[in-house]
Design a binder for this molecule. Structure first.
Ligand SMILES: *[C@@H]1O[C@H](CO)[C@@H](O)[C@H](O)[C@H]1NC(C)=O
Length: 455
């Protein structure tokens, strides 16, 4: 209760979302935005991208952080042939990784940005029981998406904060990030298109983005960093080369991801390449090609032990272990993430990549919600899932994690938006939905009320 009380104190300064001024970290502009364009006192409206401006705490104010927005992913899911688709001194990163699970012995750093989103959101809830549950989500670690170059300095802010916490408490800190800024990003869908294009020097710009991340991490060798690498990108190369944009991007994706793996390994970042999910690469026709590609990428990174393995189910809704197969999974023996991982792991091992896994369960609390397995956008009735833990019950799985910050939209349902993807107005999607990455209050409230286990 004391945590809740202190949150209430914070909430007292955060106006409700309905006010004429946007709250700290609230949206204040962007294409299609019709809400408030001014910010509460102490914060300034700052453009993040064409689609999203945000109220950032006043520059230089003590105790504030300039926090990033986080973006969702939009797993693209069409498979060829129309089939379903898809204490003591902290240990410093070094060129020699510690053996074993990189999460063991570390406390996962809580994103102040997500905490502020949660606080503002909880303030808008009138039901006191739901409000308390909503507020408690701020204490559950969630990944920070570095989805544009402008977010990279925030990593430095978080690392400095984590380093200070570590010094003060003696508890080793781990900052979890998502590296997500490939040129021609999200090549098979539209909702999460990025800032770089291959035609416009995107490959060089991506290297600069990685270099900037590396520069931040170098300043804080005492803090551990774990990264999920480029959601959807390599999976798109397995199943979506029939999409022209993906075919065009293949060589650049591979070279860019290789660069990321090598450079991040050089500063001791433990990495998990995104490997889609059971309903995408878990299909019998896709799983061996996937294993071949991921092993190739591992070798291109000189088989670095910092390339720890693969991340699955990022931003998706699949159970780790389903009580029974969802009818939409029919025809795929790998009907949940455990089956997928247990099938893929040995194939990777045979191909020379002794991969370990992390699995996103942030929005996987409820099952049997979708019309089709490939549906990914703001699925109706989803609830927060199993809390992050290293007690996974599966020796191949290092950790259950929450990668997608629950409450941020997967994509807009506004068909006039340039980033509109029709998946976001299917019958199993929650409508109306705001632009990808922006706060979706109604959706968050459902995640809270449907959480399983309950909050
Ligand atoms: C939908 O998007 C268009 C184009 O960005 C915008 O003009 C319009 O206001 C948006 N509609 C709603 C309901 O947000």
């Amino acid at each position: 209760m004391s945590k809740f009380a202190s949150l209430l104190a914070l909430l007292a300064v955060v106006p409700s979302l309905a006010y004429a001024q946007s709250p700290v970290y609230g949206q204040c502009g962007g294409i299609g935005w019709t809400g408030a364009t001014t910010c509460v006192s102490g914060s300034v409206c700052s453009k993040q991208n064409d689609y999203y401006s945000q109220c950032i705490p006043g520059a230089g104010a003590p105790g504030t952080t300039v926090a990033p927005t986080t973006a969702p992913t939009a797993p693209a899911t069409s498979a060829p042939g129309g089939s379903p688709t898809t204490g003591s001194a902290p240990s410093a990163p070094s060129s020699t990784p510690a053996a074993g699970n990189p999460f063991t012995g570390f406390q996962v750093y809580l994103s102040p940005y997500y905490a502020a989103e949660i606080a503002a959101s909880a303030a808008a809830i009138t039901d006191s029981s739901l409000q308390a549950k909503a507020a408690s989500v701020a204490n559950i670690p969630t990944f920070t998406w570095l989805d544009s170059v402008s977010k990279v300095p925030d990593l430095g802010t978080y690392l400095a904060d984590a380093s200070a916490i570590q010094t003060k408490t003696g508890q080793k800190q781990l900052v979890p990030i998502v590296v997500y800024d490939l040129p021609d990003r999200d090549c098979a869908a539209k909702a999460s298109n990025g800032e770089f294009s291959i035609a416009d020097g995107g490959a060089e710009k991506y290297k600069d983005y990685i270099d900037q991340i590396v520069a931040q991490i170098k300043q804080f060798p005492d803090v551990r960093v774990v990264a999920v690498i480029e959601p959807d990108s390599l999976a798109n190369l397995v199943t979506n080369l029939n999409v022209q944009k993906c075919a065009n991007a293949e060589a650049t994706y591979k070279a860019s991801v290789t660069y990321a793996l090598q450079q991040l390994s050089s500063v001791g970042v433990y990495q998990y390449m995104d490997a889609g999910h059971a309903g995408w690469l878990g299909w019998p026709a896709n799983i061996q090609p996937a294993a071949t590609l991921f092993a190739e990428m591992f070798k291109s990174a000189n088989s670095s032990p910092f390339v720890r393995g693969l991340a699955t189910n990022v931003a998706n809704y699949n159970a780790l272990t389903a009580a029974s197969p969802d009818p939409i999974t029919q025809g795929n023996p790998n009907y949940d993430e455990s089956h997928y991982i247990n099938a893929l792991g040995p194939m990777l091992q045979s191909a020379g990549f002794p991969a370990q896994f992390v699995v996103d369960q942030g929005r996987a609390g409820q099952q049997n919600l979708r019309q089709q397995w490939g549906d990914w956008c703001n699925i109706k009735g989803a609830g927060f899932g199993t809390r992050p833990t290293t007690s996974t019950g599966n020796p191949l799985i290092d950790a259950i994690i929450w990668v997608k910050p629950g409450g941020e939209s997967d994509g807009t349902s506004n068909s006039s938006s340039p980033r509109y993807d029709s998946t976001c107005s299917l019958s199993d999607a929650t409508i109306p939905a705001p632009e990808a990455g922006t706060w979706f209050q109604a959706y968050f409230e459902t995640l809270v009320s449907k959480a399983n286990p309950p909050l």
